[in-house]
Each structure stands twice: as structure tokens, then as C-alpha cells.
Write a protein that binds this ligand. Structure first.
Ligand SMILES: *[C@@H]1O[C@H](CO)[C@@H](O)[C@H](O)[C@H]1NC(C)=O
Ligand SMILES: *[C@@H]1O[C@H](CO)[C@@H](O)[C@H](O)[C@H]1NC(C)=O
Ligand SMILES: CC(=O)N[C@H]1CO[C@H](CO)[C@@H](O)[C@@H]1O
Length: 421
């Protein structure tokens, strides 16, 4: 009995001390692990912070506060964990006149749609959209998208649409013809951007680019253009300069399946001189797999004036195709418009020929801008005809047209969800 009593506690305490030892070792390992991890995180954060600071200081000494401000704004957007909820500034100068189709006569009285969507890196969607109009548009779009037959008929009718006037004699002239990427998409005589001959490299006013108006015929909201060719890069930057542009939307990769889509019209690093326009790459910011943002200094060497130009480059939208998701393109669009804000210069939009992807993007942006301003009626097909009056071939495939409808519906949905119920 005596030995039994002795044995039990001994066994017990032996087990206990082994357990204790194991526990101690495990906890020490845990503590060391946590310490290591936090050191690494601290170092990384410190380094990136330091880099950012360095970049900003370099920028500050470069010249002009505008680029610094733009870049800081971009960084702030990137760094901010919560989506900002500032109200959009109205793009008042862009749409002044009222067309018969879109009754945006009275101001739409509605609570401001300030809201955020799921992930922190996405811009919040906001709008002055009228709630009941929003619901109407949404159910109309959904109905339209479900009824494939009607969609196909509508697309057929759009394909038969003939723009008038439609002469393209200037673009097909000797000396100009070689400046066109595609024979199918040449700027109309009555709706083309003209360059100042005295400043142009080739003593010609032609570039394959079309001003695209919304309502106001004096102020184009966009310039739709082809991706520059090696021989037209100087013309491209001259156009950017002469039209006071500060935002470029690029919707194509440079090369697709070995086929060149667009010339690399900016420097990979440092600066390049294109005729009298010096372009300096200030920063390149990769947002996600789908798009990135570059910031340039553009300098006119004749006058020594400079300007900051921001290029938004969507990488994953292939020719004759649609982007993988509407959501990505919508986020891209919000970033473009946040950078553009209430400026009155046109936004340059280009892909390869400046019609398919370019037309789709402009169609979506134009319709959503009209809705944000409280338009009571939206006719996407009529809007597309309006675009095709100004540049041939805008929106090239039925899929692209359907994508435009889906994307508009999705944005309306997001805005409605963000509105206080
Ligand atoms: C161009 O306009 C003319 C009338 O001026 C018309 O007959 C023709 O079909 C149009 N072409 C295209 C491609 O729209
Ligand atoms: C531009 O700057 C250069 C060098 O700083 C100077 O020589 C030239 O006179 C300037 N031109 C004008 C138009 O200000
Ligand atoms: C109509 C026409 O001549 N198009 C030309 C436009 O420029 C490209 C590139 O130089 C040519 O390949 C096209 O034939």
C-alpha cells in the first residue's frame, strides 16, 4: 500500500513536469515568433514609408506643385484604409444644354449617395442619381439583358445606322493615309481634331482623333483617338498639349498575341523628346493586375511651359473583347474621374483603333455621368448613335454593347444600395 501511494504522486508529478516543460518551450517559441514577425512588419512599413517620403521630396524639388499634389493625392488614396466619402464635384462645364431626350431640366432632389463598397482599395460610388429613376433604369436594363432577342435586334439596328455627314477625305489624303492605324476608322472631316500646322512635325494638321461631345458642342468631353504609331507620337503629344489635356485613358496592352496594338509613346524612365514636347515619367503606380497609373511631366520646349498629365492604363482588355468584370472597369472609371474632377478639358481615350474599346468606355462613362446629374431618361442605343455621328465604328461588337448595358446596370445597383433607404 505504502509503495502504491508513493508511486501515484510520483507518476503524476513526472507527467506534470513534462507537460510544463513542453508548454514553456511552446510559449517561448510563440513569443519569439511574434517578436520576429512584428519586427519584419515594422521594417517593411518603415521602408515603404521612407521610400514614399523620398519620392515625394524628390518630386517637390523637381518643379511645380501640381504634380506633387496629384501624386500625393494618388498616394493618399492608396494609403487610406477607409474609402473617403467626399462629395463629387459637379462637372458643370461639361454639360450645359438640355437635349429633348434627356430631361435634366429641374435639379434632381435626392440624398447624396455617399457609400462605400466592399474592399478598401475601391473608390466609393457616389452620385446625385434620382432614386426612382435609378430603379426604373435598373429594371429596364435587367429586362433588356434577359431578353437576348431584343438585344440582338437592337444591335442589328445599330449596325445598319449610317452617320451623316460621313466624309473622311482629309484622313485618306496622300500623306495622311499612312497616319491611320486602320482603314475602317478614320476621323470624319466634320469632326476631327486639328493640329496647329506651325508646331507640327510634319507640317500637317491631321491626326486620327475625334472630339466627342456630350451636350455642349463647344466643349468636347472626350477625344477619341487611335493608339499612336511610331510616326505619330509627336502629333499625339502635340494634341495633348494644344487641347489642354491632363488625363489619358489607355485601354489596350501594347501587344496582343504578337500583334502590335499601340506604340510605346512614353519613356520607360527619365524623359524622351518628341519633336518639341518633352515627356518625363514621374511615377508609375500599379493598382492591381488590371490597371496602373503613370504620371508625366509634359514640357513644351518652345515656350518652356510644363503640365502634369496622368495616364490610366487598363491592361487586360483585349481587342474586340470585353473586360473580365464590370466591377474592375467601374473601379477604374471612378479613379479616372476622381483625378479628372471638375476640369473642363477633354479626356483623351484611346485603344488601338480608337473605336471599339474606346467607344465602349465613352458610352458607359457618358451614360453614367448623365445619370449622376439626375437625367430622368437614358437611351443607350441613341447615345451610341450620337457617338457614331462623331467617330466611325464606336463600339464594335454586340458583346461590347451588352457589356456597356451590364456595366451601367451594375453601377446603378451599387449606387442604389449605397443610398440611405
Ligand atoms: C455616308 O453618307 C451617305 C449619304 O451622304 C450615305 O449614302 C452612306 O451610306 C453613308 N455611309 C456610311 C458608311 O454611313
Ligand atoms: C527656355 O529655357 C532655356 C534654358 O533654360 C532658355 O535658354 C530659353 O530662353 C527659354 N525659352 C523661353 C521661351 O523662355
Ligand atoms: C487608309 C490607309 O492608308 N491606311 C493606312 C494607315 O496607316 C497604316 C500604318 O502606316 C497603314 O498600314 C494603313 O494602310
Amino acid at each position: 500500500q505504502g509503495s502504491q501511494i508513493k508511486q501515484i504522486p510520483t507518476k503524476y508529478s513526472q507527467g506534470e513536469s513534462t507537460k510544463f516543460l513542453v508548454l514553456t518551450v511552446v510559449s517561448i517559441l510563440c513569443i519569439v515568433g511574434v517578436l520576429l514577425a512584428s519586427t519584419v512588419v515594422y521594417c517593411l512599413r518603415h521602408r515603404s514609408h521612407h521610400k514614399l517620403k523620398e519620392k515625394l521630396t524628390n518630386l517637390g524639388t523637381d518643379s511645380g506643385g501640381d504634380a506633387t499634389a496629384t501624386y500625393q493625392e494618388l498616394c493618399r488614396q492608396r494609403m487610406s484604409v477607409k474609402p473617403s466619402v467626399d462629395r463629387p464635384e459637379p462637372i458643370s462645364s461639361r454639360i450645359n444644354s438640355v437635349s429633348s431626350q434627356f430631361s435634366d431640366g429641374g435639379p434632381a432632389i435626392s440624398p447624396s449617395g455617399r457609400g462605400s463598397i466592399s474592399s478598401w482599395s475601391e473608390e466609393p460610388a457616389h452620385s446625385n442619381m434620382d432614386i426612382s429613376t435609378g430603379h426604373m433604369i435598373l429594371s429596364y436594363m435587367e429586362d433588356h439583358l434577359k431578353n437576348k432577342d431584343r438585344l440582338a435586334k437592337e444591335w442589328e439596328a445599330l449596325c445598319a445606322y449610317q452617320a451623316e455627314p460621313n466624309a473622311t477625305t482629309t484622313g485618306l489624303k496622300n500623306g495622311n493615309a499612312k497616319k491611320n492605324r486602320s482603314t475602317a476608322v478614320v476621323a470624319y472631316d466634320h469632326s476631327r481634331i486639328t493640329l496647329k500646322v506651325e508646331n507640327s512635325q510634319g507640317n500637317s494638321d491631321y491626326i486620327n482623333a475625334s472630339p466627342v461631345m456630350d451636350h455642349d458642342p463647344r466643349n468636347p468631353a472626350y477625344i477619341a483617338t487611335q493608339g499612336p504609331l511610331p510616326s505619330t507620337v509627336a502629333d499625339f503629344w502635340q494634341m495633348v498639349w494644344e487641347n489642354g489635356c491632363v488625363v489619358i485613358v489607355m485601354l489596350t496592352p501594347l501587344v496582343e498575341n504578337g500583334v502590335k496594338q499601340c506604340y510605346h509613346y512614353w519613356p520607360d524612365e527619365g524623359s524622351n523628346l518628341y519633336h518639341i514636347y518633352e515627356v518625363n515619367l514621374v511615377s508609375e503606380h500599379i493598382w492591381c493586375d488590371d490597371f496602373l497609373v503613370r504620371s508625366f511631366y509634359l514640357k513644351n520646349m518652345q515656350t518652356n511651359e510644363t503640365r502634369t498629365v496622368t495616364q490610366f492604363h487598363f491592361l487586360t482588355w483585349l481587342n474586340q473583347n470585353v473586360p473580365e468584370t464590370s466591377r474592375t472597369l467601374l473601379d477604374f472609371r471612378r479613379k479616372v474621374n476622381k483625378c479628372y474632377r471638375g476640369r473642363s478639358c477633354p479626356i483623351i481615350v484611346h485603344c488601338s483603333d480608337g473605336a471599339g474599346r474606346t467607344g465602349t468606355y465613352i458610352l458607359i462613362d457618358m451614360v453614367l455621368n448623365r445619370m449622376a446629374k439626375g437625367a430622368k431618361e437614358i437611351d443607350i442605343a441613341a447615345t451610341l448613335e450620337h457617338l457614331r455621328d462623331q467617330r466611325p465604328g464606336m463600339v464594335q461588337t454586340k458583346d461590347q454593347f451588352e457589356f456597356a448595358l451590364t456595366t451601367v446596370a451594375e453601377e446603378v445597383n451599387v449606387i442604389l444600395k449605397a443610398l440611405p433607404q
